[in-house]
Design a protein around this ligand. Structure first.
Ligand code: GLU
Length: 300
């Protein structure tokens, strides 16, 4: 994906996004009473001892998302609404249960603890499926395939991972890039922070030379600051995203996989992709066909 093509278009996306928010988006409004009832009657009711039943009883599903990574999970500065690709998928899962989504901020390092302690029912937070995490939680089938890239100021001499030796590179604590950078750039100094917005600030004020993480997150930084660019060259990694679910809850995993399968096949995935990514890159993409097993194998 070429950043030169992304930057102006994504800046436009932000402006249009704000414009739409300012005008009020009727589609986002909750359905009127009658419609809501009609929807609710179409929703399968689950036994109370299942996670789905417990969520239905509560009337809401708590979903851990990012608040600072457009276009996947971010708080619209104008409306205060939480928006993005991950958020749209979360809304679809809530809708399939006939409940309201409650989006809770989940940064990279607290996604698994939040599932373990029940702060959230589900994580949709740009979370890569890998073997290590799969030992601690359940994952849905992959719902998006990102790639690992490097972001630098436009006038930087850093052209790729081989130039990171002796530089300071920012990434998030608890992200896959802690390992990736140690392996692929062993002579770089790592600056590990809680949230990606801190990396953005650090590169903007010159405290770090580069930021490394998923392409979609770095693109969000370019939306906010077009003096930044992605380095060219091969991606560092492939990062298949999965929904995170509490360890052992295979029933809920199967439910989420069912929603995801429909979301991919009935056109909603393509719609969300087009809305948040595709229309600005002109790079069509099909919903991922990679299986969970393949995603786990990729990391081994
Ligand atoms: N997808 C990577 C991960 O799950 C990086 C992005 C993030 O930190 O959320 O670690």
């Amino acid at each position: 994906m070429k950043v030169t093509r992304w930057a102006p278009l994504l800046a436009l996306m932000l402006v249009l996004g704000l414009f739409v928010a300012a005008c009020g988006d009727d589609e986002e409004e909750p359905a009127a009473g009658g419609e809501q009832q009609e929807q609710a009657s179409q929703v399968e009711e689950f036994p109370p001892e299942t996670t789905m039943g417990r969520i239905q009883e509560a009337g809401e599903i708590k979903i851990g998302v990012k608040y600072d990574v457009p276009p996947f999970g971010f708080q619209n500065p104008q409306s205060g609404d939480i928006e993005g690709f991950d958020v749209d998928l979360g809304r679809a899962i809530a809708e399939a249960l006939g409940v309201e989504p409650n989006f809770i901020e989940a940064i990279s390092d607290n996604r698994i603890p939040f599932l373990e302690d029940g702060t959230v029912d589900l994580v949709l937070s740009t979370m890569t499926i890998n073997a290590e995490r799969d030992m601690e939680i359940e994952f849905s089938e992959p719902y998006y395939i990102a790639t690992g890239r490097i972001l630098v100021p436009s006038d930087s001499d850093i052209a790729g991972v081989e130039d990171l030796a002796g530089t300071t590179v920012c990434t998030a604590l608890g992200s896959t890039y802690e390992e990736t950078l140690k392996e692929q750039a062993p002579d770089a100094e790592l600056r590990l922070v809680d949230s990606y917005s801190e990396c953005l600030e650090l590169i903007q004020n010159g405290a770090v030379d580069a930021v490394s993480t998923d392409d979609v997150i770095l693109t969000g930084m370019i939306i906010q600051d077009d003096t930044l660019k992605l380095t060219e060259g091969e991606p560092l990694t492939t990062e298949p995203y999965g929904a995170g679910i509490k360890d052992g809850d295979t029933e809920f995993k199967e439910f989420v996989d069912g929603v995801l399968e429909e979301y991919k096949s009935d056109g909603r995935w393509a719609e969300a992709y087009e809305k948040w990514v595709g229309q600005y890159t002109n790079e069509p993409q099909e919903p991922p066909t990679m299986t969970l097993e393949e995603a786990i194998e990729l990391s081994q």
